[in-house]
Design a protein around this ligand. Structure first.
Ligand code: GDP
Ligand code: IMO
Ligand code: MG
Length: 427
């Protein structure tokens, strides 16, 4: 059976967690392949809220194998805490969670460096989640990182950690004038975490290739989204990994041929949290209405999300880059009550109309949105379960998005719960 991937098509928080949870009953394996505990994926089942930072959002379905691939940066403290939280809620991960030995660890100095760097007035503040993601990927690229295999081997851990703490302390004290970190404290903590995680650490690439060979259905769960991708997003206002389907093969250890069916997740509008260009942002009461109506506050940091109309050129760019087969459009319910709803159809940049998303960040920073307004609808659509039963204006708006992006919808979401969902009937 082919694989399926679920990828954020905007700036993150599109509702990937909900979508993965919805379709995970069809999966045998659910895989995170990039990012780390910067992610916050929310799943709501019968009114009960679960937020996943590191664990794949398939965890609520019993009997599925959950994988943290080699491309993930794993904070062992967060992982153990999250596993503990699920176990205390009666959801055991026993025998159904594996972590790649090649995944890099996020250690206390990564968080400290992330926060110090963000605080530096001289630098560019990205508005990171402060979870140590950038510094951990920097160590990976710099070939001094500590992998899960090192974490679970005390001798290797001691040697590599000593070199790292020594090195990081120079930066922390000399560059930032902050107090040094204590090696023994970090080592004792990491050794204990390594002991607790040892049985989970595997060659997950081999596990996944075998699963695919055997015809199991493997789901890849993206974190963040295309516009936050380190290569293809609004650099430098991005995360530090390939947060789109281009990251799957490398971050999971499988061939690009195996990526399978790709679902791009978008809201029916746009949000962004943190700094960086966001051409469709609404600075007026309509932005406020989206934020309040959509409860647009970060699942990881609690920060208010910036809100704006659906950005067609950006979504078309994301769709072209990933070659999405279908869209999952979420939060259509949040648009109820607007007299008119907008689509950014093009930008004006330096006096020219541009309908293709420009990848050079200063151009996007200068882009002024060209907005086309469509009739809104007043009906509450949260209890609608079939496309035909949506108000005509809501149907037209969805059709307009799909036609302009050039990708059909597969899933329509009209509320946070599992039940508030429509699947396109096979034609
Ligand atoms: P993710 O990071 O892509 O998994 O998304 P988040 O969980 O960070 O943010 C999406 C938020 O929207 C969560 O609070 C979800 O419970 C909620 N949500 C998802 N789909 C819908 C929907 O269709 N309508 C409404 N009102 N909320 C939704
Ligand atoms: P999910 O998976 C939305 C943003 C941060 C910041 C930038 C870099 O829930 O969609 P980082 O901590 O990664 O170095 O921050 O990326 N960011 C997210 N925004 N959703 C996320 O994840 C995000 N993960 C990181 O706000 O602008
Ligand atoms: Mg999120």
């Amino acid at each position: 059976m082919p694989a399926t991937s679920v990828i954020g098509a905007q700036w993150g928080d599109e509702g990937k967690g909900k979508v993965i949870d919805l379709i995970a009953d069809r999966a045998d394996v659910v895989v995170r392949f990039q990012g780390g505990a910067n992610a916050g994926h929310t799943v709501i089942v019968e009114g009960v809220k679960f937020v996943f930072h590191l664990l794949p959002s398939g965890v609520l379905h019993p009997g599925k194998l959950n994988v943290l691939g080699n491309g993930v940066v794993v904070d062992p403290a967060v992982l153990l805490d999250e596993v503990g939280q699920f176990e205390s809620r009666g959801i055991s991960l026993e025998g159904r969670l594996v972590v790649s030995g090649a995944a890099h660890c996020v250690l206390p100095y990564h968080r400290v460096l992330d926060q110090l760097r963000e605080g530096e007035k001289a630098g560019v503040a990205i508005g990171t989640t402060g979870r140590g993601i950038g510094p951990a990927y920097a160590d990976k690229a710099n070939r001094c990182g500590i992998r899960a295999w090192d974490l679970v081997d005390e001798g290797r851990l001691r040697a590599r950690l000593a070199a790292n703490v020594d090195d990081k302390n120079k930066v922390i004290t000399r560059l930032y004038g902050a107090p040094p970190l204590d090696f023994d404290e970090i080592f004792d903590l990491a050794r204990d975490q390594g002991r607790r995680l040892r049985s989970l650490v595997k060659d997950t690439g081999a596990v996944l290739r075998r699963a695919l060979r055997e015809g199991q259905h493997v789901f890849f769960e993206g974190a963040q989204g295309v516009m936050l991708d380190i290569d293809h997003g609004t650099y430098p206002f991005v995360t530090s990994s390939n947060a789109d389907s281009l990251g799957i093969a490398a971050g999971a250890g499988i061939s690009p041929r195996e990526i399978g069916h790709q679902i791009g997740v978008t809201k029916a509008y746009c949000t962004r949290v943190g700094a960086g260009p966001f051409p469709s942002e609404l600075h007026d009461e309509r932005g406020e209405q989206l934020r309040e109506g959509g409860s647009e506050f970060g699942a990881t940091t609690g920060r208010p999300r910036r809100c704006g109309w659906f950005d067609v050129p950006a979504a078309r760019y994301a769709a072209a880059l990933c070659a999405f087969d279908g869209l999952a459009i979420t939060k259509l319910d949040v648009l109820s009550g607007f007299d008119e709803v907008g689509l950014v159809t093009a930008y004006e940049i330096d006096g020219r109309t541009v309908d293709e998303y420009p990848v050079d960040t200063p151009l996007i920073e200068r882009a002024r949105p060209i907005v086309k307004m469509f009739p809104g609808w007043s009906e509450d659509v949260r209890s609608v379960r079939s496309f035909a039963d949506l108000p005509p204006a809501a149907r037209s708006f969805v059709e307009e998005i799909c036609a302009r992006v050039g990708v059909p919808w597969e899933i329509l979401s009209v509320g946070p719960g599992r039940e508030s969902t429509m699947f396109r009937e096979p034609s």
